[in-house]
Design a protein around this ligand. Structure first.
Ligand code: HEC
Length: 171
């Protein structure tokens, strides 16, 4: 039979586990969804991810957005990635539009693009209307774009924003 002491000890351990688990569940992941069909966009944290990438995949907050808004010199890192992955081919060298839409004005293709999470979902997973998914886990190709580079690009796009209205991504 269990002694009263053993029962108490077990209870105590379960309570500790629960207490430990609850905060984990609350902040476990930024639940990304595909812009194509709203299904889960399964992008995992990998060993090679930067602290910024890990932060975003757990909190949905892009740490580069505020950093680049405050420091245009730093934002250039995002512009370099934009060129490196040839986003320029369709969106133009300064992202103001070429064969494809401007991505620095207030005309968003999808309303959720006023959040960094929404913009990430579109760049990482692609759309049904002409843009492929660029994330290396989505394309299943290590030469494609890792989480951190997408975040840097988004940070630069936000810092380059030319549209009106407020900037909800800075809140
Ligand atoms: C082959 C042409 C092409 C390339 C290259 C391309 N895009 Fe796009 N992009 C598009 C098209 C077309 C759309 C509009 C998609 C839609 O409406 O569904 C789009 C939409 C977007 C949007 C949403 C625009 C809005 O106004 O809401 C973002 C952000 C974006 N692209 C970022 C990127 C980034 C970052 C890269 C490089 C990694 C890239 N694109 C490369 C064609 C391209």
């Amino acid at each position: 039979m269990f002694s009263n002491k053993a029962v108490k000890a077990t209870l105590f351990v379960s309570m500790l586990m629960l207490a430990g688990l609850m905060p984990l569940q609350a902040s476990a992941a930024c639940n990304l969804v595909s812009t194509k069909d709203n299904s889960p966009l399964n992008i995992k944290i990998v060993d090679s991810d930067t602290p910024e990438a890990k932060e975003f995949l757990t909190t949905c907050i892009n740490p580069y957005t505020k950093l680049y808004a405050a420091d245009p010199e730093k934002a250039k890192a995002g512009k370099r990635k934009f060129g490196y992955y040839s986003c320029t081919q369709c969106h133009g060298g300064n992202a103001g539009g070429q064969t494809a839409v401007s991505i620095i004005d207030e005309r968003w293709q999808y309303a959720k693009h006023d959040t960094d999470k929404g913009l990430f979902e579109t760049i990482a997973g692609g759309t049904n209307m002409g843009m492929m998914g660029w994330h290396q886990q989505v394309a299943n190709n290590p030469d494609m774009v890792p989480t951190d580079d997408i975040l840097k690009i988004i940070g630069w796009l936000r810092a380059s924003y030319q549209g009106g209205g407020d900037k909800p991504w800075l809140k």
